[in-house]
Design a protein around this ligand. Structure first.
Ligand code: FCB
Length: 448
């Protein structure tokens, strides 16, 4: 069956997603303060290959050129994030005018080209000055974050109609404060629980603050999610899969929906109790206009006595003899269908938007062409599953490809290329991949 944009309906939102630290570079330009990712990536041994985001795609200087490319591909919506330490170099207090001006130019040029900006307020790059005070593990983050949100809405809210509060709280708290593989590189269970609870509070408080400042905008927040299945039908594997699913997919959305933390299915979460103050339960809930679903793969889980606390282990795709991407993530399109059904079944039926989906493959640029047919196939097959969920009544109304430009893939450095546009990082030359042309043709299809 040929996939057509029309099948999704005329009011379906199509776009591409990106994040400040992964593309902007200019890490010390125009008065920008350091973020946790600046210090982390510039610390030896933290990033595979020793690379940093110091230059990345140099989007800070090349944004106009890149937006023109986006326009050329007829992409109508661009999701990007604001670098907190570019506008507030110390995290709070002094406002950096050049930083504000950069985002003004970026937003204005988007609008001039008829590209709708969708802003993520926090995509992982906490100002380093705030990390020195404990970062997300310090409850004061709620006040720091409110100050930052207030600044962004007051400066950019007149033109930006779509806001996302956080990007994937499970990843920046789990990988950043427990596993230590992302900035700020902490490995401490208590810090993780504190950071997680404060992030969950900020996601709701941030939403409330935006709504109180601006009535005519759409407010959402985004979640990383992977469809989880047990390795076997043994009771131990099944209950291990339930615990992992709770951790990966439910821990942040359920308190937001007013359902509290899912302690029953993951008793470990009881330990978060020491950070929960009277009145917090109500503060965790907020009625978002949309929920951002970000999916790439599925996870197969088995019971393991050796993994403390959760007794569950991910069976890597590499051991399962399945098709994988350059991230070693399984290509499993049905994952997005199951997740849309799962998130769509929560009470309230908040609108869902796929705010990230995409794949990294070892692209080769040859004679000015990147023949990334695998990426095209990946996007088509996931989109079919989005459509399947929509046709079964799930309230899903948007899809953003991760991502526009090849960029700095966090701890993995520049090796995994996710872009619709190839970037030669030594010359900063951009080349539209075949997948970029495919997306253009797809978006050009007749509309109602
Ligand atoms: C998501 C992140 C995004 C990007 C993709 C591949 O978890 O939100 O920044 O790195 O994965």
């Amino acid at each position: 069956m040929q996939l057509s944009k029309d099948d999704f309906g005329a009011d379906f939102t199509w776009g591409v997603s990106a994040a400040a630290y992964q593309i902007e570079g200019a890490h010390q330009t125009g008065g920008k303060g350091a973020s946790v990712w600046d210090t982390f990536s510039n610390t030896k041994g933290k990033i595979k290959s020793g690379e940093t985001g110091n230059v990345a795609c140099d989007f800070y200087h090349k944004y106009a050129h890149d937006l023109l490319l986006m326009h050329q591909l007829h992409i109508p919506n661009f999701r990007f994030s604001i670098s907190w330490s570019r506008v507030l170099p110390n995290g709070t207090g002094f406002v950096n005018r050049s930083g504000i001006e950069f985002y003004n130019r970026l937003i204005d040029f988007c609008l001039e080209l008829d590209i709708e900006p969708w802003i993520t307020l926090y995509h992982w790059d906490l100002p380093y000055e705030l990390e020195k005070k404990g970062g997300w593990a310090n409850r004061e983050i709620i006040d720091w974050f409110n100050e930052y949100v207030q600044l962004c809405i007051s400066r950019f809210g007149d033109r930006v109609k779509n806001w996302m509060v956080l990007n994937e709280p499970m990843v920046f708290t789990g990988a950043g404060y427990f596993l230590g593989i992302h900035a700020p590189g902490k490995r401490n269970l208590r810090s993780f629980f504190a950071a997680a609870h404060h992030a969950a509070l900020c996601q709701a408080e941030g939403g409330r603050l935006i709504r109180s400042l601006k009535s005519d905008c759409k407010i959402g927040t985004t979640f990383s999610c992977s469809h989880v299945e047990p390795l076997t039908q043994d009771a131990d594997d099944i209950s291990a899969a339930v615990r992992m699913d709770t951790l990966m997919n439910r821990m942040f959305i359920e308190p937001l929906l007013g359902l509290s933390y899912p302690v029953k299915d993951l008793p470990l979460l009881e330990r978060m109790g020491e950070f929960i103050l009277p009145g917090d339960e109500q503060k965790l809930a907020f009625d978002m206009d949309f929920i951002g679903i970000q999916n790439y793969t599925r996870e197969i889980i088995r019971y393991s006595r050796l993994v403390p606390l959760i007794n569950a282990k991910i069976v890597s795709a590499g051991r399962r003899n399945v098709e994988t991407t350059a991230m070693d993530w399984e290509v499993y399109p049905e994952s997005i269908y199951h997740l849309l059904k799962k998130f769509g079944a929560y009470p309230g039926k908040t609108q869902l938007i796929v705010t990230e989906n995409g794949a990294a493959f070892p692209d080769i640029l040859s004679d000015g062409v990147v023949a990334d047919e695998k990426r095209i196939k990946y996007l088509q097959s996931y989109l079919k599953q989005v459509l399947r969920a929509k046709q079964e009544g799930v309230n899903v109304n948007g899809y953003f490809v991760w991502t526009f430009l090849d960029n700095f893939e966090w701890a993995e450095g520049y090796r995994p290329r996710f872009g619709l546009v190839h970037v030669d990082f030594s010359t900063q030359k951009r080349t539209i991949k075949n997948s970029g042309r495919w997306y253009k043709n797809f978006l050009d299809a007749a509309t109602y």
